[in-house]
Design a protein around this ligand. Structure first.
Ligand SMILES: Nc1ncnc2c1ncn2[C@@H]1O[C@H](COP(=O)(O)OP(=O)(O)OP(=O)(O)O)[C@@H](O)[C@H]1O
Ligand SMILES: [Mg+2]
Length: 591
């Protein structure tokens, strides 16, 4: 476990003491006041004890009802104040939790695709989950155990000094200091044992699960005895670690008890001497005794609290690291929204690499005039989808520039560029929600009529109507309950709903049968007519009408022209066309 830094806690501070939320600040103030009041009231109880004892000793026949009632009332009021503190503070800590959680989430959406592809989503959500939970742990232990204990120590020392003189408060102070010092040191030493106990526990569990998952394999080889031994070995490690952890806890407890007893002995000796010298009463002796014992109760869990806080700080730090992750696709300062004048797209000498040692696009130049259609074809991995990702500014080019209507897309705001473009990606992933939600995602304020209209254009409406739950059908995790073609049509429908100015279709109909594909192509043609369109396709029959066709080979333009000129040229495109035609003829003869 790395040593947590204090700066981590400082980063949390703005959420606990927010500049612009006086309400939260008031809550912190009220909670602190309630904390101090509850401790002050609690402090009176040993003193009441003193008077009860002294009264009884002086008048053994009279029961001091008032004092006894006062004692009960003081205990009650003290707990009332501490409940008030909890209730008032609950909102502060939960608000901080929410604020930090949302901030991290928002930041994650600002980070680039590059960051997200490099990280496992599961890993990130675990970091956020552990991080936000640790805010709760941290605040709980600080406000419910550490802070109250310190307030109590200070108040007790002050009271003893006031009522009984300097020596008692010195004894208490020294005892507490020794107690805390010892607890922290020993906890530090013990952490190693506790952690090894936890890791061994995890390992034993993993082995058990893995073994049971491989149930059949175990049987194939009759390896039950082997599995049993492996599990037993893992458990033995746990056993050893658990015993060590328990023994180390005993050391901690013995040491704590030793220090506390020394303190008590010292207090009692000084108090007894006070009695013999007539400066103190028996009641006083009992009161100072109670003061010390009362302090010991919350301190008993100090080691545990310390360990939890330390762990929470480490988790929190991990989460804050995510916030420190720089944004690599950023708007330049005072970037303006892009101005649209028809949507001419220019790739000017563009080079690009995902990793610097493997170039994907090399010195690529082409122009799509406003309102025209460019098709890009080429072998798998040639860099076709990469073109669309660059246009959408998921990545910045390594050299050259991309211009829309003569504006470099790096010099305008990202959102304005993305708002222009309607993209049907190669792989559609859907939200785990209803079909309606997924289509409406294209424009959340769209009416039901508009949504159905888009679904009709994407040849999806009839299918949805045939489902028992219609538009309310849930699509499952990532949309896996829909077929590939259905998912693609949802993607088309939601893109249509967005009503973009520029269209990008990356194999948008590749998962559909030829007839449905034809129907949708017709619709898309009508809709994207007079809009700049970039089509990436494998099936050449879908792009014969394109104004211009690029054949991309290993990140470079191998051929360019319209369908007829490329066929006449007799190069790569013509060969691809030939192959696909004969394939289609074969398919038809089977059908
Ligand atoms: N995030 C990434 N990190 C590293 N390399 C990547 C990344 N995305 C794609 N690539 C690589 O870049 C190359 C071009 O990918 P791209 O997706 O543009 O191919 P494509 O032409 O669309 O292929 P397909 O027809 O199979 O969709 C591929 O070799 C791919 O392995
Ligand atoms: Mg692709």
């Amino acid at each position: 476990m790395s040593t947590p830094k204090f700066t981590t806690f400082r980063k949390l501070w703005p959420s606990l003491w927010p500049q612009c939320m006086p309400g939260v600040r008031w809550r912190v103030i009220v909670a602190s006041a309630a904390l101090i009041l509850s401790k002050i009231v609690l402090l009176t109880t040993p003193l009441v004890w003193k008077y009860v004892v002294d009264d009884l000793l002086a008048n053994p026949k009279v029961i001091p009802y008032t004092l006894i009632l006062f004692y009960g009332a003081a205990r009650l009021i003290s707990s009332l104040f501490s409940e008030v503190r909890d209730a008032v503070f609950a909102q502060v800590s939960q608000r901080a939790l929410r604020q930090v959680g949302v901030k991290v989430f928002d930041h994650l959406h600002r980070l680039s695709l590059r960051f997200h592809l490099d990280r496992q989503t599961g890993g990130i959500t675990r970091i956020i989950e552990r991080g936000t939970k640790s805010i709760e742990t941290l605040l709980t232990f600080l406000t419910f155990s550490i802070l109250p204990t310190f307030v109590e120590i200070v108040l007790v020392c002050g009271t003893l000094w006031w009522f009984y003189g300097f020596s008692f408060s010195v004894i208490i102070l020294v005892t507490m200091a020794a107690y805390i010092f010892y607890t922290l040191k020993l906890t530090e030493w013990r952490i190693h044992y506790v952690r090894s106990m936890n890791t061994n526990d995890n390992q034993a569990q993993t082995k058990a699960i893995d073994s049971l998952l491989n149930y059949e394999t175990v049987k194939y080889f009759s390896n039950e005895a082997h599995e049993k031994n492996r599990f037993d070995a893992a458990l033995r490690q746990y056993e050893i670690a658990a015993v060590k952890s328990k023994i180390s806890l005993s050391y901690l407890n013995i040491g704590q008890a030793f220090i506390m007893s020394l303190g008590l002995i010292a207090v009692m000796i000084v108090a007894s001497r006070g009695i013999t010298q007539n400066t103190m009463t028996t009641g006083d002796l009992i009161a100072v005794n109670i003061f010390l014992i009362q302090l010991a109760v919350p301190l008993f869990n100090l080691g545990f609290a310390y360990r939890e806080i330390k762990l929470a700080l480490v988790n929190l730090e991990e989460m804050f690291h995510l916030l420190d992750e720089p944004q690599d696709i950023k708007d330049i300062s005072n970037a303006k929204p892009i101005a649209f004048h028809g949507g001419k797209i220019v790739f000017d000498n563009v080079s690009f690499a995902y990793q610097s040692d493997r170039p994907i696009l090399m010195n690529l130049s082409f122009t799509v005039p406003a309102g025209k259609t460019l098709a890009v074809v080429g072998t798998s991995g040639a860099g076709k989808s990469t073109l669309s990702r660059l246009l959408f500014r998921f990545y910045d080019v390594s050299a050259g520039s991309i211009l829309i209507d003569n504006q470099d897309i790096r010099h305008v705001t990202q959102t304005s560029v993305r708002d222009l473009i309607g993209m049907v990606p190669q792989d559609t992933v859907l939200f785990n929600d209803t079909i309606l939600y997924n289509i409406a995602y294209g424009r959340p304020d769209a009416t039901q009529y508009e949504i159905e209209q888009a679904a009709k254009q994407a040849r999806l409406h009839d299918f949805i109507q045939s489902l028992p739950q219609g538009y309310e059908t849930r699509v499952g995790e990532r949309g896996l309950k829909l077929s590939g073609g259905e998912k693609q049509r949802v993607a088309i429908a939601r893109m249509l709903l967005k009503q973009p100015k520029i269209f990008v279709f990356d194999e948008a109909t590749s998962a559909l049968d030829t007839r449905t594909e034809k129907e949708i192509q017709e619709n898309l043609k009508v809709i994207s007519n007079h809009h700049t369109t970039l089509i990436i396709a494998h099936r050449l029959s879908t792009i014969i009408d394109a104004d211009d066709i690029l054949v991309l080979e290993e990140g470079q333009i191998a051929e360019q022209g319209n369908h007829e000129t490329l066929l006449l040229k007799g190069g790569l495109y013509a060969a691809m066309w030939q192959r696909q035609q004969s394939q289609q003829n074969n398919d038809q003869s089977y059908a």
